[in-house]
Design a protein around this ligand. Structure first.
Ligand code: PEP
Length: 252
């Protein structure tokens, strides 16, 4: 049985105290959602320790939105994987399209970040997805295939067992446009096939999340698809009620 996961990517939103309030809201309502759903919150670096504190006693995991490609040293402004792990992170989002697009993250950088994540026992949530131009040109399959081959194929079989993939079509992120459940299923099944051609049956165990304007009103339909194992949630993760309601999408 694959894990069902709902992960919140807060991006550069909330002040530290607001982040704690949001976390408290999620913790308070968590009991209303099936235990079969794993929740993860990924606040900004500056909130990790206070959010970790607010999560104590709950089964909600903590993740970071990024980590450095290097282990430590003279890298001003960077945050090492060991630092986020020491603050209680179990997950780290890597390769989000905003990082690829605005900060020039390439597969070469992401390979280094993967090494750091695994060296610190973090589970990467590795994001893939095409932009609108690529989708319209029918290149979406090739784009995600390359993003997987260039990074995920470098993992060992052991590392692959600890990986979450997030398929996030760039045209659906923060735009209010969502991929249809059929579009999501089509590409999730394809991603699983690409994973299987390298890792065999282990690909059946890999959680593949959908991300891109996922909200309470569309989560159930998308999560009902066979190869969709949950969601990476941006905007709707900033309201405890909505974030939890997305988790309830598995029950419908
Ligand atoms: C994201 O950036 O990971 C995301 C899915 O954002 P949104 O839900 O706001 O589209």
């Amino acid at each position: 049985m694959r894990k069902k996961i709902v992960a919140g990517n807060w991006k550069m939103n909330t002040l530290p105290a607001e982040g704690v309030e949001l976390t408290k809201g999620v913790v308070a309502g968590r009991g209303e959602v099936c235990k079969c759903v794993d929740f993860i919150v990924c606040p900004p670096f500056t909130h990790l320790s206070t959010v970790a504190e607010a999560l104590k006693g709950s089964d909600i995991a903590l993740g970071a939105q990024n980590c450095a490609a290097e282990e430590k040293g003279a890298y001003t402004g960077e945050v090492a994987a060991s630092m986020i792990a020491a603050l209680g992170c179990k997950y780290v989002i890597l390769g989000h399209s905003e990082r690829r697009q605005y900060y020039g993250e390439t597969s070469a950088t992401l390979n280094k970040k993967m090494v750091q994540a695994y060296a610190n026992n973090l589970t990467p949530i590795y994001c893939v997805g095409e932009n609108l131009e690529e989708r319209e040109a029918g290149k979406h399959f090739d784009v995600v295939k390359a993003q997987i081959e260039e990074v995920v194929y470098n993992l060992t079989a052991e590392q692959f067992k600890n990986l979450v993939i997030a398929y996030e079509p760039v045209w659906a992120i923060g735009t209010g446009k969502t991929a249809t459940a059929e579009q999501a299923q089509e590409i999730h099944a394809y991603i699983r096939k690409v994973l299987a051609s390298k890792f065999g049956a282990a690909a059946d165990e890999c959680a593949i999340l959908y991300g891109g304007s996922c909200k309470p009103s569309n989560a159930a339909e998308i999560f009902a698809k066979e190869d969709v194992d949950g969601g990476l949630i941006g905007g709707a993760a900033l309201k405890a009620e909505d974030f939890l309601a997305i988790g309830k999408g598995f029950e419908k």
